[in-house]
Ligand binder design. Sequence first.
Ligand code: PAF
Length: 282
Amino acid sequence: MRVYEKRLDIEAYVADLQKQKKSIGFVPTMGALHQGHLALIQKALIENQTVIVSIFVNPTQFNNTEDLINYPRTLETDVMLLSNVSKDIIVFAPTPQEVYGSDTIAIKYDFEGLEHAMEGKFRPGHFDGVGTVLKHLFTITQPTNAYFGEKDFQQLQIVRKLVAIEKMPVNIIGCPIYREESGLALSSRNKRLNHDQMAAAPLIYQTLKQVQNDFGTKSAEDLNEWVARQFENNELLDLEYFEIANIADLKPVQQKQQNTKYRAFIAVFAGEVRLIDNIALN
Ligand code: PAF
């Protein structure tokens, strides 16, 4: 299996693929790979002639230094996992310098307001970091198709905006959330949950499912209050935000409109570990 660390090396490889007119599927990750990533990679393998997976913990998207330090780094295991899926997968595992050059800094983007909602409110600068690293990674890997999980639905909408702003010819493909049997959305951060937190965390999805169930008959205001109550006296889970938003602009719903698609979004702390999830409502 090929593992590239140097930008120039993978760029030469990509140039060769382009000469051969091979389609390139790209799955950007920060490593600590789980079944959710593998589902994106399987889809990319079916839909493209070559698949590149990047493994890069991107410093510019962390607004919290502790979170960046504690983010799991498991390159060896990740590569092994990928080689069990297919030896044809190309891995790009660069250092920050290979991606950013001498200055690891984020570009300031205007994503037309998408960046100010939810995650943007609680993680200032996060989406500038995501946009910047993806601009660099797309430039290096020149993908035909790039794959993103809907767990980070806001990120997915922002990536769609990014490629329009940067005029990059890549199809952005959203893939369904992959869940544990308990309903907990798979995330690299789940590895940091202790036993009790792991047992408590399925409440997040159970709450979203109930909201989905009640969306047709209850107002958004009532649902917001109901969700807040579910976490009120919970000693293990701390609700950071819950919002029902229009999927196009991610603005919180005031009055439900016909012909508008909504999703419910949630962020919860289990101790130091921040978990996010979302669900389609209609
Ligand atoms: O979703 C992620 O893992 C990251 O935000 C991404 C897209 C790999 C960019 O660093």
